[in-house]
Design a protein around this ligand. Structure first.
Ligand SMILES: [Ca+2]
Ligand SMILES: [Ca+2]
Ligand SMILES: [Ca+2]
Ligand SMILES: [Ca+2]
Length: 410
C-alpha cells in the first residue's frame, strides 16, 4: 500500500521556486528557495495551480506552452495553449529531445539539426520577457550552449537535458547515428549568470558513456535522485530484450545496471500485471517516496509505469517488493492512449504523461490512494489535440519531450 505523505516543503529539483507572478522573475533549477507545497494527495486533485508545461511538437517543429489559466484542471480553455517557438524564427528549433524549464516563461531547449541549414546541434534559451506567450520577440531567443565541446569538435546529437540537484544542467549526447564524438553526459552551469554556458569552467564532462564498452549503453533519458545519483534509460537492443535502467554514481565515476528486462519480469509480483519490457522509455524521480518511476513498453504493446525502490541498498533492483506496477495502459482509463514519450513526477504525488502518438497530455492522480493510478477518474486529460481546434487552440502533431515548471499549489 502506498501512502502519500503530507508535503510541507520539497526541494523541487527540476521544478520550480515559489513564483506567484508570471513576470519571468525566475529562479534556476534546484534553487534553494524551493517552494512550499500545501497538502499533497487528493485535496488538490486536478487543481495544481501554476503548472506550466512546454512540449516539443515534432511534427510541426514547434514548442507549445501550456497553462491552466482558469484553474479548472485542464489546459484546454481559451489562451491556455500557445506556440512558444518554432523553426521559422531566427535560431529555429528543428528537433528537440531535451528541455529544462527555468521559469514559467523561460526555457532551455536542445536542438538537433538546428538553424537555417539544419546542421548544428546546440541548446537555445527562450525567455518570453514581454509575457505575450511566445519567445518570438526581439532578444527573447539566444544560444545558451553553441555546442563547442571541451575536448574539441561539436555537439552532434543531444537526446536529453535534465536539471540536477546541484543547480547544474546535464546533457546527454548519444552518437546513435555515428561515432564522431563519444557518448557522454555533460555538466553545464552558467556560473557568471550571463545566460550562456560558453564561459570558462561552465562545461565539463560528467560521465563518459562510451567508457562502459560494448555494447555501449544507448541512453535516451536521464533523471536525478536527491542524493545526486542519476538514472538513465538504456534501450540498447530491444529486439534482444536487453533494455535496462542504469545508475550513474553521484560523482560521475561509475555506471552500473540498476534493473534489466529480466528483472522487470521476475520481480513483478502482481501476476495480472506482468511486465515484459520490450523497451524502457522515460524515468522520473519521486522525491517524496524516494523512488524511481520508469515507463516501459511491453512486448504485448501494453505500457506500464513501474515504481522502483532499492530497499536493501544493494545498488540494484533485485528483491521482491522493490518493484511495483503503478499504472498500465490496459487498466488505466486513459482514453485513446497510444505511447509514452515523456514522464514527469509532480510534488503532490501526481504524474504527467505525454502521449506522443495521440497528441495528449494526462495527469495521473491516485484519487482513492490505493497505491496505483488505474482507478476510474485517475487519468485526467489536460490536453487532447482532437478537441483543440474546437477550443480555438493550436492542434499539435506528435508530442515529444516535455519540460515542467511549478510555481505553487492552492
Ligand atoms: Ca483550463
Ligand atoms: Ca514574447
Ligand atoms: Ca555563462
Ligand atoms: Ca488509485
Amino acid at each position: 500500500m502506498r501512502v502519500f505523505v503530507t508535503v510541507v516543503a520539497v526541494s523541487l529539483l527540476a521544478c520550480g521556486a515559489s513564483d506567484s507572478g508570471q513576470s519571468g522573475a525566475d529562479s534556476g533549477p534546484g534553487s534553494a528557495d524551493g517552494g512550499a507545497l500545501a497538502d499533497g494527495g487528493c485535496a488538490d486533485c486536478g487543481q495544481l495551480a501554476d503548472l506550466t508545461l512546454f512540449v516539443f511538437d515534432q511534427s510541426n517543429k514547434q514548442i507549445l506552452r501550456f497553462e491552466d489559466g482558469n484553474r479548472d484542471g485542464d489546459m484546454m480553455d481559451s489562451k491556455e495553449v500557445s506556440v512558444f517557438f518554432n523553426n521559422d524564427a531566427g535560431l529555429g528549433i528543428y528537433n528537440s529531445q531535451g528541455m529544462v524549464a527555468l521559469g514559467s516563461r523561460t526555457l532551455l531547449a536542445t536542438d538537433n539539426l538546428a538553424g537555417a541549414n539544419n546542421d548544428d546541434s546546440n541548446v537555445i534559451r527562450l525567455d518570453d520577457s514581454n509575457a505575450d506567450g511566445d519567445a518570438f520577440d526581439d532578444g527573447e531567443a539566444s544560444y545558451w550552449f553553441t555546442g563547442v565541446l571541451p575536448a574539441g569538435g561539436a555537439l552532434t546529437f543531444p537526446v536529453s537535458l535534465t536539471a540536477g540537484p546541484d543547480g547544474a544542467v546535464y546533457l546527454v549526447q548519444n552518437e546513435y547515428y555515428n561515432t564522431e564524438q563519444p557518448d557522454m553526459v555533460y555538466r553545464l552551469e552558467d556560473l557568471n549568470g550571463d545566460d550562456d554556458v560558453d564561459d570558462e569552467g561552465e562545461l565539463s564532462e560528467f560521465f563518459d558513456i562510451t567508457s562502459r564498452g560494448e555494447p555501449i549503453p544507448q541512453v535516451f533519458d536521464l533523471d536525478f535522485a536527491a542524493d545526486g545519483s542519476s538514472y538513465a534509460v538504456d534501450i540498447r537492443t530491444p529486439e534482444e530484450n536487453t533494455a535496462s535502467v542504469d545508475r550513474i554514481s553521484p560523482d560521475g565515476s561509475i555506471m552500473t545496471e540498476f534493473i534489466d528486462a529480466v528483472g522487470f519480469f521476475t520481480l513483478t509480483q502482481d501476476t495480472d500485471k506482468l511486465v515484459f519490457p520490450g523497451n524502457v522509455e522515460s524515468v522520473a524521480y519521486d522525491a517524496v517516496n524516494d523512488e524511481l518511476i520508469v515507463s516501459t513498453i511491453d512486448l504485448r504493446s501494453i505500457k506500464h509505469l513501474v515504481a522502483l525502490k532499492d530497499l536493501d541498498e544493494s545498488g540494484a533492483i533485485d528483491q521482491p517488493g522493490e518493484l511495483r506496477v503503478i499504472w498500465d495502459s490496459e487498466a488505466g482509463n486513459a482514453e485513446g492512449f497510444l505511447s509514452i514519450r515523456d514522464l514527469h513526477w509532480i510534488p503532490d504525488g501526481s504524474l504527467l504523461l505525454t502521449d506522443s502518438g495521440a497528441g495528449q497530455i494526462f495527469r495521473l492522480v491516485d484519487e482513492n490512494q490505493d497505491g496505483d493510478f488505474n482507478d476510474p477518474g485517475e487519468a485526467i486529460s489536460l490536453y487532447d489535440r482532437d478537441k483543440a481546434a474546437d477550443a480555438g487552440l493550436p492542434v499539435s502533431g506528435n508530442l515529444f519531450t516535455t519540460a515542467v515548471w511549478i510555481d505553487s499549489t492552492r
